[in-house]
Design a protein around this ligand. Structure first.
Ligand SMILES: Cc1cc2nc3c(=O)[nH]c(=O)nc-3n(C[C@H](O)[C@H](O)[C@H](O)COP(=O)(O)OP(=O)(O)OC[C@H]3O[C@@H](n4cnc5c(N)ncnc54)[C@H](O)[C@@H]3O)c2cc1C
Length: 521
């Protein structure tokens, strides 16, 4: 990252450099998430807030609440020098895909946004490094298409299982590009954080959020609290942060707070988020290998990975070419079901590497280091998603697609949807604007993720999984349509086989309550 574009890690909040010229705040364009369900999506351009002049809707900052979080209508403090008690429009906790996207869209719309990120970019991040057309589209919308030019482009997915191999190019789509990219998170996350900083966000790196600033002293900051089902998160005035270099702590305050601190979500947990039992959770491991096929035009997935007893487990192994001499190799397992809780992912990885096609040349000799792993919370299974002035996005909300374990695109999209909602909140709609985030999630993902949960239950049954894969793999036409559904690349309003099949699945999922489906699986 260009040092002049981001706040130096040790710069105090008050002296954070600001861009010379800031535009008047305006509405954030909604994320491109054209699932068939999105026909019902709330449009920001139809919102009353979008028609207002933000400045005209503001009242003095003197009306701040006990937390320091001002009411949604308070005036933002702008300018290059900030008082010690400066309150940003928005504080974003975490500068990964979701946090940086949210910060970019807010800053681009003219709001005063600060990101606190505990690491220094560029930094390693455990991931498969695979971007589908959905993610590429979001990056292009943030003006990063050219920056991706040096990454490895791939044209589709090669699916392997039970001795069968199918190569499927990405399906054509009116909105999403016909290619995906692989790029290490080391490089990708630095690019997006830098983009947010260039748009005007203050990015505090090496700055770890320790606890939320809560209005309610009884829920003392740092103490995990679980919000009851249906409840909202508490009001939050910002976070206490620690400078990783010096150990000095301070407060970073905001009228609104966005929780984007990933799957472990220390701040989300402290506010009261919790994972709903029964929602899918993945575990995955990945490592890098040097390979002669590092620039293969297909990413590869293996659908018949096996545990120590030789039984096929619900998940897949992947080999993603990076185009830089290396491939990213990993295994992912759906660990929600009791039957798979005891599976050792390290053994699964060793077995997968040993059994991978020899042409990839995966071995101890070509390994670039031991594998690392992480959790994949899926299907928005982490709740609540909002409080009066708090929004939870990306992995912290469990936004990962349960069909394929993809989370980067959904981090970008939920960050953007949160920014659109906050822009309305800041322009005068207050907590009603915050509430529109939940509406946008419902409109964009509810049906799709409900079908995804049914899919997860199906493949958690070994016999059903074997039948589906062995039958499906014999039909290229079927697998191509399935790929369109699994990568969430349906075309709204187009009566194609995938779209018609998906619409039928949505109707079945609506008719069969999830509890009944769980018993049948
Ligand atoms: C092994 C593995 C492979 C995967 N492969 C893919 C893939 O190929 N494609 C794909 O689309 N998805 C993949 N995923 C999922 C993807 O990595 C996540 O969905 C994505 O990173 C979510 O982005 P996020 O911004 O919500 O969270 P994160 O990327 O986790 O970012 C959170 C950020 O917050 C920071 N942070 C955390 N705590 C604090 C704190 N207290 N204070 C300040 N900062 C903090 C972190 O340093 C981090 O930068 C994979 C996941 C795993 C585990």
């Amino acid at each position: 990252m260009d040092p002049k574009d981001a706040t130096p890690p040790d710069a105090p909040v008050d002296e954070a450099p600001r861009p010379e010229k800031r535009p008047s705040p305006r509405a954030v364009p909604d994320a491109a998430a054209p699932t068939s369900a999105q026909k019902r999506a709330a449009s920001p351009t139809k919102s009353p807030a979008a028609k207002r002049t933000p400045a005209a809707k503001r009242t003095p900052a003197a009306k701040r609440s006990a937390t320091g979080a001002a009411p949604a209508t308070a005036a933002p403090a702008r300018g290059r020098t900030r008082p010690k008690d400066h309150v940003h429009d928005v504080v974003v906790v975490g500068g990964g895909p979701s946090g940086s996207s949210c910060a970019y869209w807010l800053a681009d719309a003219g709001w005063d946004v600060a990101v606190v990120e505990k690491k220094q970019f560029p930094r390693e991040k455990t991931c498969g490094d695979g971007l589908t057309p959905r993610a590429v589209r979001q990056l292009a919308d943030m003006g990063l298409e050219e920056a991706l030019a040096g990454s490895h482009r791939f044209t589709g997915l090669r699916s392997c299982g039970w001795g069968l191999v199918l190569e499927m190019p990405w399906p054509a789509h009116p909105v999403f590009p016909p290619y995906g990219c692989t790029i290490t998170r080391h490089d990708l996350d630095a690019l997006v954080a830098e983009r947010a900083a260039k748009a005007g966000a203050v990015v505090h790196q090496h700055t770890e959020a320790l606890e939320p600033l809560l209005a309610d002293a009884s829920g003392s900051a740092g103490t995990p609290r679980v919000a009851p089902p249906g409840a909202s998160l508490p009001e939050c005035g910002g976070v206490v942060v620690r400078d990783v270099g010096t150990g000095v702590t301070r407060e970073v305050r905001g009228r609104y707070v966005v929780v984007a601190d990933g799957s472990n979500s220390r701040i989300g947990r402290a506010l009261g988020t919790t994972r709903q039992r029964g929602y899918p959770l993945g575990m995955a491991l990945r490592g890098y290998y040097r390979s002669p096929r590092h620039d293969d035009p297909y990413i590869e997935s293996h659908l018949d990975i096996r545990d120590a007893a030789g039984d096929v487990v619900p998940g897949y192994g992947w080999i993603f070419p990076l185009g830089d001499g290396r491939v990213n190799v990993g295994v992912g397992l759906l660990s929600t079901d009791e039957r798979w809780k005891g599976v050792n992912t390290s053994r699964l990885m060793e077995a997968f590497v040993a059994g991978a096609p020899a042409s990839w040349e995966l071995s101890e000799e070509t390994s670039c280091g031991p594998p690392t792993g992480g959790k994949l919370p899926m299907s928005f299974g982490v709740v609540p998603h909002t409080g009066p002035n708090v929004l939870v996005i990306g992995d912290a909300s469990g936004a990962i697609n349960p069909f394929n374990g993809e989370g980067i695109a959904y981090g970008y999209e939920t960050g953007r949807l949160a920014a659109a909602s906050l822009s309305e909140a800041l322009a005068g709609d207050g907590s009603a604007g915050v509430g529109r985030y939940e509406e946008r999630l419902e409109a964009g993902y509810r049906d799709y993720y409900r079908v995804g949960r049914a899919f997860v239950r199906l493949i958690s049954n070994p016999a059903a999984m074997h039948w589906c894969v062995s039958v499906g793999m014999r039909s290229e036409a079927f697998m191509s349509q399935l790929m369109r559904i699994m990568a969430n690349l349906m075309r709204p309003g187009t009566p194609g086989a995938a779209e018609l099949g998906y619409d039928a699945l949505v109707r079945i999922a609506e008719l069969v309550p999830e509890q009944v489906a769980a018993l049948l699986a």
